[in-house]
Design a protein around this ligand. Sequence first.
Ligand code: PLP
Length: 369
Amino acid sequence: MSMEAIRYFVPGPVFVRSQVREAMTREIVPHRSQVFIDLYRGLGPQLQQVFRTREDVLVATSSSTFVMESAILSTVGSDVLNLTCGAFSERWHAIARAVGKHADRVSVPWGEAVDPDLVRQALRRKRYEAVTVVHNETSTGVMNPLAEIAAVVRGESDALVLVDAVSSLGGAPVETDAWGLDVVLAGTQKALAVPPGLTVFSFSDRAADRAEKVPVRGFYSDLLRYRRKHKAGGTITTPAIPLVYALDDQLRRILAEGVERRWQRHLGMATRSAEWVGSTGGAMVAAADNRSWTVTCFRPPGAVSAPALVRSAAEAGWTISGGYGEWKPSTVRIGHMGEVQPSDLEGLLAALDECMIGLRREAEQGDRT
Ligand SMILES: Cc1ncc(COP(=O)(O)O)c(C=O)c1O
C-alpha cells in the first residue's frame, strides 16, 4: 500500500489518496447498464461492513445536509426532537423547522456532550416520531455517547433514531444494528476519505414502515423511493459515476485495513493530539470522556492566538482548521481522519511546536517594544 505523506489536516473534506482520485478517471458508463448495476450492487455488502448493519445502505449523490433534510421529510409527519450541542446538530433543528415540523430540542452548551438523562426527561414529557443526534460534532470536537442515547430513545419511546455520523463513520465505532439506529448518514469526504459529493446512509425496516405513513415525503427527498430503487440495483436518478468509482476503490482499502483497526488508528491519533495539547499548555475543549476520535478542537496557550497558529502552520506548509462559526477566533481544529497516519500527525505536531515557539517569540518582542 503506497503511503503518501499528508500535510493536510482539515476535518473534511479530507486528503484523498492518488489511487482513489485516479479511479475517478475511469470511463463513464450508463447508470442503467449491467456493468454499473454490478458495481453498485458490490457497494452494498462493503458498506454494510462499515456501518455494521444487515439493513440496506444506500448512496445519494448529494452533500450530507440533503440527507439530513430528507431523513426528516421521509420519516417525520409532525413531531421531532433534536439533540443539539454545536453547529451541525443545531443545523438539524433548523432543517426540521424549515420543512415545517414541530421541532423541540434538548440543548447543551457548545463543547459539552448531550446528556442521556436529559433525553429521557424530554421523551417522558412528549411523544416524538424521531430523535436526531449528531454523533461527532465536528464544530466542537465532541463525540456524543451515541450507544447510551440510542438505548434511552429505544427504551423510553417508539421514536426513530436518526444519526448524523458524518465525521465519525469509518473513524470511530458506529454499531448501526447493535445500537438500534434507524437512519445513519455519512458524507464520504470525512473519515471515509473519498472526494466530496456522495452521502451514504442506512435505512432500517422500521424507518421504512414509518415512512410509508408519512403522506408528503417530496420526490427527490423521498428516501423510500431510494430504497425501492436500491433493492432493484440502482439509484433514483443519474449518480455521480466517477465518485462511485472512487467510493468502491476506497471501500476496498478500508476493508483491507479492517474497520476495527481503522477505528483504533483514529483513537490513537486523538489520544496523541490531546496529550500534545496538554504539553503546550493549551486546553482541550471536550472533556476526556466525550472527545472525538477524528477531530481535535483546542484553545491554544496564552500568547498564541488561534488564527495566528493556523496562519503560521500554513506558511510552513501544513493545513489545519480554525474554529467553527463563533469559535473561529478562539479555537483550532486538527482533523486526523481518513487516511492520516500517526507518522503524519507526528510531523504536524513537531511543526506546530515550531510555530508556537515563533509566535511566542514575536509576542515577547512585541511586549518589549
Ligand atoms: C457533523 C456534520 N454534519 C453535517 C455536515 C454537513 O455536511 P455537508 O457539507 O456535506 O452537507 C458536516 C460538515 O462538515 C458535519 O461535520
